[in-house]
Design a protein around this ligand. Sequence first.
Ligand code: PLP
Length: 420
Amino acid sequence: MNLFNLRRPAPKAVVEPRQMPQQPSTGNLMPKHNRATPVFVRGQGAWLWDDQGRACLDFTQGGGVNSLGHSPDALAAALANQAQALIQPGSAFHSPVLLTLASRLCQATASDQAYLLNTGAEACEGAIKLARKWGQRHRNGAYHIITASRGCHGRSLGTLSASDPTACSRCEPGVPGFSRVPFNDLAALHAAVDSRTVAIMLEPVQSEAGVIPATREYLQGVETLCRELGILLILDEVQTGLGRCGALLAEETYGVRADIVTLGKGLGGGVPLAALLARGAACCAEAGELQGSHHGNALMCAAGLTVLDTVLAPGFFDEVQDKGRHLREGLGRLAGRFGQGPIRGQALLWALPLKENLAPALVAAALQEGLLLNAPQPDVVRFTPALTVSRSNIDEMLQRLTRAFARLHARQQSRREMPA
Ligand code: PLP
């Protein structure tokens, strides 16, 4: 494959770039995670180029945030045009893109109200606040939220308290009012509900836990339970929404309808944008309760509108499903060949479980092959390519992954042969 042809000419700078140090270093960054070493300077579609001119095939896309791939033309143009017109009128005012995005999101998801924020954690915090407000109004002040073991809803204090430290990070002491029960266990969930319970909050597919899908019976059972017991169902679709699972919302693929839905990641196509959607009686927020300086700024809304228009184009989700099948078949073959798996996931969200805790080593070997993957768990490698990924990108990824496995095996072999 001639990567050179793929490369778009460097954009002409509108303003002189600020003076950069000769060798940018990570020395001033607070520790986040063990960062891979490359410094990337350009991206296009499925590809990233580092400061040494090396091309990498990106099958993480920032954990799925770059839903349309790197720097897609439509998104770059929308951002440039909006930046010229209006970036942020101030959070007390509206912009046409904010109003359009909110109404298009509601229309497309059959929701009644939308609120726009910056990150998935903020959207999930908003969902928790909204549920607690509903509890004050409709359930005698109930405020307790039941979540699932191994779930992840963000890294703010509130959302970490809703999450499982094995999937997100730990922060003690947390915020009270949350309890966790095993995922895909309807009886455990039912047993946990009491008069304090206001809502059940779940991911349709637990991505950080290692891409663990809810079963159809479970999610449908949870919805029925919520209706029967008069509590709210919150679906965290920060990872699964916006087409990642082959439909605008994963709930559609399960035949379920939540009261509150959170969106993030893919909604902005790489810029920070998230949404809180509410339906029916869950639309109980009052003025001033959900507020933030940057919430719904026009620039990010322009990005969201572009992403939404793109994914809602006729045939887009069919394509995602089709390419998802291609990825599933290829990964399944590869897993069988190397004695790993079985793979699990949906559409363009897949995990390759490994028999040993070798996922970080495999990710490192893949990087040496110019392939970007990530390991949400020590024994799980995850694939979240752009929704616009091509079949040939998938084939290329499988070849690079095969070579990465060969590298890993060679390294293990040489370790075994090394004298103690
Ligand atoms: N919800 C889920 C399901 C997530 O996976 C994440 C992040 O990984 C979040 C919420 C938080 O999103 P953000 O990182 O944008 O705050």
